[in-house]
Design a binder for this molecule. Structure first.
Ligand code: TRP
Ligand code: SF4
Length: 400
């Protein structure tokens, strides 16, 4: 059975925080059990905005990889690699740049948004305009079916889909396509051949989407087909030429509800974070200095948990009994804020124990991390090369 491939990347922003853990990383850890996953460090993407000070990128990348491993991303299940170590991404980016309309790039909402947000930085660069194109290359080069991303990245995946369609339409018509399709169909048993043709007709004549999905499912089961025939039949089913690049779908990462130390969403730009591997002392210190309900000036002033950021953390870390204790104790001034914060500190430290343990192994022996990434890069490169072979051939660059 064909398993859909999941791919996602993260820019190396340095130490990850608990917001990343509760949002993205827990999701990756779950996905790695269900799909073949590729997760990579998007270091070239970091350069699109940090081109003037690239020195920190390497360290931020290694730190981030250790955080992934600490969070439970398992290199035995998922392939972990670094974008710039698989230069095929750049080749695909370049080749696609030939057929990418400028207007498509200018219309991607993050282009203008980020330029406004990072107003102090000159982002009128070629590289920054090409951010979504580079991301498309990342995705298309692995023929990824599913891309887990946050809401802000959805337009980039949509852009990738349009680009894949344009590419297939433009270059997917190989000479003798119809004959090759016939030959591939002839290799199927008559029952599959009949239902496949029937589903194609239903999709192409009546626009029956369900027939398209069933056709794709049927195709996925035809594991005996050579990859090239697989793509031809996919193109035949959808009415394009040979499908060289696969249109990806996205998996929306549930927005992290993780509150920061000030009650706003936890985010590096708000300076309200606790990192995955923050030291115990620092966790305690940060939580102890959190603001509380401003009405509780003195110990015997009653308070209201819903006006207090500490309460939001109780909702992540505390069981019902503890939450009841907070509600009662706060409103009756039966407990003090210092007391109230202790279970939160304990909860965070408990959550960090396995992360700290996993990270320690890699901190003690950094060669382990290097090896994981070297293996991951090798695997990624093999997949990327397969796609590039087809892309070059389709664009007439084979030079046999
Ligand atoms: N742009 C993504 C972000 O900022 C990171 C990224 C780069 C990515 N290439 C990707 C995500 C490919 C998914 C797939 O979050
Ligand atoms: Fe916040 Fe707890 Fe103090 Fe109430 S008792 S204000 S919930 S820290």
């Amino acid at each position: 059975m064909y398993a859909e491939r999941v791919l996602s990347g993260m820019r190396p922003t340095g130490a990850l925080h608990l917001g990343h853990y509760h949002g993205v990383l827990k999701n990756w850890v779950k996905l790695q059990h269900d799909y073949p996953c590729l997760f990579f460090v998007a270091d070239w993407h970091a350069l699109t905005t940090h081109y003037d000070d690239p020195q920190g990128i390497e360290k931020a990348s290694w730190d981030m990889i250790i955080d992934w491993l600490a969070a439970g991303v398992d290199p035995k299940q998922a392939t972990l690699f670094i974008q710039s170590r698989v230069p095929e991404h750049a080749e695909l980016h370049l080749l696609m740049s030939m057929m990418t309309p400028l207007g498509w790039l200018e219309r991607v909402p993050t282009y203008k948004d980020q330029q406004e947000k990072l107003a102090g930085k000159d982002l009128t660069t070629y590289g920054f305009l090409g951010y979504p194109l580079l991301m498309s290359a990342d995705i298309l080069i692995y023929r990824a079916d599913k891309v887990p991303v946050g809401e802000d990245q959805i337009p980039h995946v949509e852009f990738t889909r349009e680009l894949a369609r344009r590419f297939n339409h433009m270059y997917g018509r190989e000479p003798g396509f119809a004959d090759k399709v016939e030959a591939a169909l002839a290799s199927l048993n008559s029952k599959s051949r009949r239902s496949f043709k029937d589903l194609r007709t239903r999709f192409q004549q009546n626009g029956d989407k369900e027939a398209l999905e069933r056709g794709k499912a049927l195709l996925h089961e035809m594991t005996q087909l050579a990859p090239a025939d697989h793509e031809r039949l996919a193109g035949y089913l959808e009415g394009t030429g040979k499908m060289i690049l696969v249109e990806p779908g996205y998996l929306l990462t549930p927005e992290s509800k993780m509150p920061g130390l000030d009650g706003q969403k936890m985010s590096k730009s708000y300076g309200n974070t606790i990192t995955l591997r923050e030291s115990e002392d620092s966790v305690a210190k940060k939580v102890k200095s959190m603001p509380t309900d401003p009405a509780r000036v003195r110990r015997n002033d009653p308070g209201e948990p819903s006006k207090c950021p500490v309460w939001q953390l109780h909702q992540v870390y505390s069981d019902d009994a503890c939450k009841e204790w907070v509600q009662q104790g706060c409103r009756s001034a039966g407990i003090g804020c210092i007391e109230c914060k202790q279970p939160v500190i304990d909860g965070i430290l408990r959550e960090q124990v396995p992360m700290r343990e996993r990270a320690q192994v890699y901190l003690d022996d950094p060669v382990l991390v290097k090896n994981i990434i070297a293996d991951g890069c090798d695997k990624a490169r093999m997949l990327a090369r397969e796609t590039m072979r087809d892309v070059r051939e389709a664009m007439g660059l084979e030079y046999h």
